[in-house]
Write a protein that binds this ligand. Structure first.
Ligand code: R5P
Length: 304
């Protein structure tokens, strides 16, 4: 039986949205997008609009265009008769500027959240927002879903004896989540950012005599299949440093996983040249390595 919720997507997340519709047995509606010769966006929904519609659209590169498409979609669906519009933004662009780091800066994440809400969104969800506090910029229900169960499934398929590595302390929560699901150990590295494409990575002191949950010292990677997990891979600098340290400490292999493969310039080749066995991201963003689908994760959220 076909469900009665419509799923639509802008140009950024068509395949993921179609797969979510399949999971839910819902109707996937075609949305046409193109650019006028002067660069302005055109958007048309092909099909009748129901009372409830779910939009799935990431707002990654080109951020301004994918965001405008999302805003056009929300407002247009409301104008066309939708009473409730749920908005899923698997990767939310601008989410990293969630505060004013220097005087006078625009708090982009807050502005984007306000625009999504003002356009008519009734509910919002994203996946592993860079900072969970971005949810607080919404007055509508806002959810931050985790890709870790889906990534843990992938890790269990590609390894027999893994240890999960966070390439910086900010990613430790992801490593702990996966290691808990898989019942294996994890550890983390210390990272200092020296510039937009330069980071320095060192070993973290972990006292195994204290109760550290599944966290172990870096020496425990010896003989193990190391799996690095991060939320975003941009230039790849963070991952390259981590691979080097893991190899120096005797890991038999290093696989790399991330949620959002933004992958700037030659990030993929840098990571493989450093010795990664494989690299996999989720389909929150389209890329050559977006092999872990979050269709089930999003469908499960929509079922709740
Ligand atoms: C930073 O906090 C993020 O979690 C990633 O570690 C960072 O965005 C990766 O950047 P890059 O690939 O340029 O080192």
């Amino acid at each position: 039986m076909i469900g009665d919720i419509l799923i639509v997507s802008g140009s950024a997340s068509q395949k993921l949205a179609a797969n979510v519709a399949k999971e839910l047995n819902d109707v996937f509606v075609r949305v046409e997008t193109k650019k006028f010769p002067d660069g302005e966006k055109y958007l048309r929904v092909h099909g009748n609009v129901d009372e409830e519609v779910t939009i799935i659209q990431s707002t990654g590169f080109p951020q301004d265009e994918t965001l405008v498409e999302l805003l056009f979609l929300i407002r247009n669906l409301k104008d066309l008769g939708a009473k409730k519009v749920k908005v899923i933004v698997p990767f939310m662009g601008y989410a990293r500027q969630e505060r004013r780091f220097n005087d006078g800066e625009a708090i982009s994440a807050k502005i984007v959240a306000e625009l999504i809400e003002m356009a008519g969104a009734d509910e919002f969800a994203s996946i592993n927002l860079h900072e969970d506090c971005v949810r607080k910029f919404f007055n509508i229900p806002a959810y931050n879903l985790s890709a870790m169960p889906a990534i843990a499934d992938y890790v269990s398929e590609i390894t027999n004896d893994p240890i999960i590595i966070a390439p910086d302390k900010g990613a430790l929560g992801f490593a702990e989540e996966i290691s808990e699901i898989l019942g294996c150990n994890c550890t983390y590295l210390k990272k200092v950012r020296l510039g937009p494409d330069k980071v320095e990575t060192t070993i973290a002191d972990i006292d195994e005599s204290e109760d550290n949950g599944s966290k172990v010292e870096i020496s425990s990677v010896k003989g193990k299949e190391a799996v690095i997990i991060d939320d975003i891979i941009a230039t790849g600098g963070t991952i390259v440093n981590a691979i080097n340290i893991l190899k120096e400490h005797g890991a038999v292999s290093v696989n790399v996983c991330c949620v959002h493969p933004t992958l700037v310039n030659d990030a993929i080749s840098k990571i493989f040249a450093a010795g990664a066995k494989d690299l996999a991201g989720t389909d929150t963003l389209k890329s050559d390595v977006s092999s872990i689908s979050l269709a089930k994760t999003i469908a499960n959220h929509l079922r709740e």
